[in-house]
Write a protein that binds this ligand. Structure first.
Ligand code: PAP
Length: 354
């Protein structure tokens, strides 16, 4: 533990890169690659590029190419990975709190005043054009990039990767609501342009920002079997049901284990309370703040969409899909889960249909 914490810069601060610089040299190069890459639209009309077996959102695509070329892990780098809407925000908060606990406590943690996604950046978004400018004090970053497309600097390193997945039914419903908020509409009933049925069709075909949901999971799952010391594979539902156990497991895995003294002082529980859905979603920064430019949709360096930070906090529950999906829709997702995962050894906490 000493070694992990001493390697972290003690003047703790979040990433405060207000300015999002656009590097024209890289941009032109990536534009050229993009111009020869197969392109489709997702259910909401956003461009998707087919690359290395996955569909990739236009904003993430350039960031991913840039990360593949430039990302250099720090010593003791920890990487959080997921498909969208699988618990990334929660995992980011918990891991950030675990890694910073020697310098700040539950009353001074930057999570109280900073948006979670500003405390822990996505490598494919924040380093989109100027990766060398990512000046982290906490060696913690996140990504939605599929395993096979991760920068080689990560897969060839001894970085620890923590992956989180979720029942695809809940992830899909969460994604549908999120896209709705991204497009600036507050009421779900107003989203007549993309009915749930149509969005499901795209989801089942992998026409999403990070490609086919199940393939993303399987990439990390197989890698975790090959290198269990490098990849910890988590499930959102397990984290919900046995939070103390999994928070301790994450801390141990990334090299920041809790001491007996800390456990006796309820440090684990304090971190869990700090990062709970109820607490984070009630903080002013998360209710009234706007997502900063690097999380918006960028086109030619211009942020064309902005949305509220609260788009990342909706219900935070297991099984909310039951309030949205018909039994047929749920069955379809469960059947794909069964088929795709057959023989892989991976089982998901898929809550029963009906
Ligand atoms: P991202 O991939 O865009 O970063 P991500 O954080 O993975 O999104 O997923 C958002 C989901 O996590 C939301 O689920 P819901 O739509 O079913 O409610 C969000 O509410 C949930 N979430 C956010 N923060 C927490 C938290 N602290 N605890 C539990 N769930 C959370």
């Amino acid at each position: 533990m000493e070694s992990s914490s001493s390697k972290m810069n003690h003047s703790l601060k979040c990433n405060e890169k207000e300015e999002y610089r656009f590097d024209p040299t890289n941009h032109n190069k990536f534009k050229e690659i993009m111009s020869t890459t197969p392109i489709r639209k997702d259910a909401w009309g956003f461009d998707l590029y087919q690359y290395e077996g996955f569909w990739c959102g236009s904003f993430q695509f350039e960031g991913m190419l840039s990360a593949q070329e430039h990302f250099k892990p720090q010593p003791n780098q920890v990487i959080l990975s997921s498909t969208p809407k699988s618990g990334t925000t929660w995992l980011k908060a918990l891991t950030f709190a675990i890694m910073t606990r020697f310098h700040v406590d539950e009353s001074t943690n930057p999570l109280l005043t900073r948006f979670v996604h500003d405390c822990v950046p996505f490598i494919e978004m924040n380093i989109r054009s100027s990766p060398q400018k990512l000046n982290l004090d906490v060696p913690l970053v996140a990504t939605h990039i599929p395993y096979t497309s991760l920068p080689k600097s990560i897969t060839n390193s001894s970085c620890k990767i923590v992956y989180i997945c979720r029942d695809p039914k809940d992830a899909f419903v969460s994604l549908w609501h999120f896209k709705h908020k991204m497009s600036g509409k507050e009421e779900v009933s107003a989203m007549e342009d993309v009915p749930l049925e149509d969005a499901l069709e795209f989801f089942c075909q992998g026409l999403n920002a990070c490609g086919l949901y199940w393939d993303h999971l399987l990439g990390y799952w197989r890698a975790s079997l090959e290198s269990p010391e490098m990849i910890l594979f988590l499930k959102y539902e397990d984290l919900k049901n046995e939070t103390v156990f999994w928070v301790k497991k994450i801390a141990q895995f990334i090299g920041y284990p809790f001491s007996l003294e800390e456990e006796n002082k309820s440090v684990v529980q304090k971190i869990i309370d700090l990062c709970s859905f109820e607490h984070l979603s009630s903080l002013e920064v998360n209710t009234s703040g706007m997502v900063r430019s690097e999380h918006g949709i960028m086109q030619d360096g211009v942020n064309t969409h902005k949305f509220k930070n609260n788009a990342f906090f909706r219900k935070g529950k297991v099984g909310d899909w039951k309030n949205h999906l018909t039994p047929e829709m749920a069955k379809r997702l469960d059947q794909i889960t069964e088929q795709k995962l057959a023989g892989s050894g991976l089982t998901l906490n898929v809550s029963p249909n009906g």
